[in-house]
Write a protein that binds this ligand. Structure first.
Ligand code: PLP
Length: 376
């Protein structure tokens, strides 16, 4: 079946009790069991699992093409669970260009958990090979990538990194939040675990927080991750699971529209005298364009602008926008812009002249007009 069909139907079987076509939201925290804890319906307690969450997990596994999925209370919680699943003595190699909260977690928490972290540019496969440690020296090893990256819109060659990681016996975890399974199929080209912040495009309406891990193979990680989620408690609520499931139904058409509009904006702005550069993998001038063409169906709805005049210039443009709101986050129907270094705070590595733009579902002409008037 084609992806457009899968996103509409996955996890959407009519409710067996009522025939309802829209899935019910089961808010119950507890489920009737037998006198010795027998589970006739398969559920015990909300933190362990619940029917709405299960529907979303079945849907995400089907959409991404994995054997299993687990949903969490946020994207950060999903990523953290991956790291918490590692034994002390493990080693994680992070891509140098990465969502900033994971950089912070690597600095602040991994040392406390006895896990070593290194950073490499995953475009440099020799540097990756050099950073990977012999299996005899580590209890487990992970390569952690992101593509396209937040906020620089860098591209990682998924298949090439997977091959090097697997040669060394490492697990390859990829944050695919910007691309979504509608545009990129990481599990088909070597990734072991795909991470999504479902707060973004999968939810799609800036009104729900969630995260997901989709596993290519159920073994060996599923049980450990489910155990971590149950005991550390970062579960997705039934209502949030329901909202993400609802968002998923329109994912394929939204991503087509986000991508077409972002490309129109990137082209319209690339030559503007007040723009130093536009970072968008759909532009042939982007250094990752050829790789992105190979591994993405379209180039997504995120782009970054480097604005003339440094920090002052960028902030001035952001402050003059009328239609596009200044706000963090991404993936909703409304376009949002932010001065990323200000949002990330003192530890930010985002260039001072960079504005990150989440291109929404508005007509491109209206967005271009707003940006042109703000650029002056
Ligand atoms: N990964 C990426 C690429 C993100 O952009 C974000 C949030 O902006 C996250 C993960 C974290 O997701 P959440 O905010 O749902 O915890």
């Amino acid at each position: 079946m084609k992806l457009e069909t899968i996103v509409v139907h996955a996890g959407g079987e009519p409710d067996p009790a009522t025939g309802a076509i829209a899935p019910p939201i089961h808010l119950s925290t507890t489920f009737e069991h037998g006198p010795q804890g027998e589970l006739p319906h398969g559920f015990l307690y909300i933190r362990e699992g619940n029917p709405t969450q299960r529907r979303l997990e079945e849907a995400l596994a089907a959409v991404e093409g994995g054997e299993a999925a687990l949903v969490f209370s946020s994207g950060v919680a999903a990523g953290t669970a991956c790291l918490q699943a590692l034994p002390a003595g493990a080693h994680v190699i992070f891509h140098h260009d990465l969502y900033y909260a994971f950089r912070q977690i690597a600095r602040e928490f991994l040392p406390r958990w006895g896990i070593a972290a290194s950073t490499v540019d995953l475009a440099d496969l020799d540097a990756l090979r050099a950073a990977l440690r012999p299996a005899s020296e580590v209890s487990a090893q992970v390569v952690w990538g992101e593509t396209p990256t937040n906020p620089l819109l860098g591209i990682v060659d998924i298949a090439a990194v997977a091959a090097v990681a697997h040669d060394a016996g490492a697990t390859f975890v990829l944050d695919g939040t910007f691309a979504t399974p509608a545009l990129q199929r990481p599990l088909e080209i070597g990734v072991d675990v795909v991470l999504h912040s479902t707060t973004k495009y999968l939810g799609g309406h800036s009104d729900v927080q969630g995260g997901a891990l989709v596993l290519k193979r159920r073994e060996p990680l599923y049980a450990r991750l489910a155990h971590i989620r149950e005991y550390l408690g970062a579960v997705a609520s039934p209502f949030n699971s329901w909202l993400v499931l609802r968002g998923l139904r329109s994912l394929a058409c939204r991503m087509e529209r986000h991508s077409a509009t972002a490309l129109a904006l990137a082209r319209a702005l690339a030559e503007h005298p007040a723009i130093v550069s536009v970072q968008y993998p759909g532009l042939p001038s982007h250094p990752g364009h050829e790789i992105a063409r190979r591994q993405m169906r379209a180039f997504g709805g995120m782009l970054s602008l480097r604005v003339a005049g440094g920090r002052g210039g960028a902030v001035a443009v952001a402050s003059r926008l009328e239609l596009i709101a200044n706000a963090t986050s991404l993936g909703g129907s409304e376009s949002l812009i932010e001065h990323r270094a200000s949002s990330e705070g003192p530890a930010s590595t985002a260039p001072e002249d960079l504005l990150r733009l989440s291109v929404g579902l508005e007509h491109p002409d209206d967005l271009i007009a707003d940006l042109l008037q703000a650029l002056g």
